[in-house]
Design a protein around this ligand. Structure first.
Ligand code: HEM
Length: 162
């Protein structure tokens, strides 16, 4: 594994999880979502997570991000945590995982398609439009979305020191 974290000076994962979820939580259920640990909310409501580490091995990237988002509604009945997301992706597709509780349980949330990253010596940009909920991620959203449900696109930008 080639560790690139020394060479990476910044990067970001942008993910809105699922547009209808953001709307449901904030408008229908009158709840909210909050970010911590370096995560932020964009003007259109998506969440950004700062890059912690990037590594590449045989065309496969492991991109680890920091920060968390927590969705809360229905007086605490709805409480969904997505923390420290990690994307492992290569030519055959990838998987987005995250820590989903305070005990550190990691959940494989979504599968990504085979879209290729664009990269040169200074930048890696990767837009994954084909993102689907995995069976292992169903419980995280209360069992409401079946496996295979379309999730929001994942956008990755990593700047590499040359
Ligand atoms: C008091 C408890 C709850 C009530 C009254 C409730 C009510 C509802 C209602 C009425 C909808 C349909 C909204 C619409 O599209 O019009 C819905 C959707 C949904 N609920 Fe709940 N819910 C509750 C708890 C939960 C919990 C604990 C979760 C766990 C994550 C959850 C996750 C969802 C999700 C993911 C949707 C689909 C949102 C979408 O994408 O449209 N709900 N809920």
């Amino acid at each position: 594994m080639t560790e690139l974290h020394d060479a990476v000076n910044r990067g970001l994962l942008t993910w809105a999880v699922r547009d209808s979820l953001l709307r449901y939580v904030t408008v229908i259920a009158r709840g909210s979502y909050t970010v911590e640990g370096g995560a932020a909310v964009t003007t259109d409501g998506a969440i950004t997570f700062p890059l912690r580490r990037a590594a590449q091995k045989e065309g496969q990237w492991r991109l680890s991000f920091a920060g968390s988002v927590r969705f809360e509604a229905h007086h605490g009945f709805l409480d969904v945590l997505i923390a420290d997301p990690e994307l492992v992706a290569g030519p055959e597709g990838g998987v987005l995982s995250a820590r989903t509780d305070v005990d550190g349980t990691t959940t494989l949330i979504a599968a990504t398609g085979t879209e290729e990253p664009e990269h040169n010596d200074v930048d890696l940009t990767w837009t994954m439009n084909d993102v689907h909920l995995l069976e292992s991620g169903v419980e995280l959203f209360g069992g409401v979305y079946p496996a295979g449900t379309d999730m929001a696109p994942l956008k990755v930008r990593v700047s590499l020191d040359s």
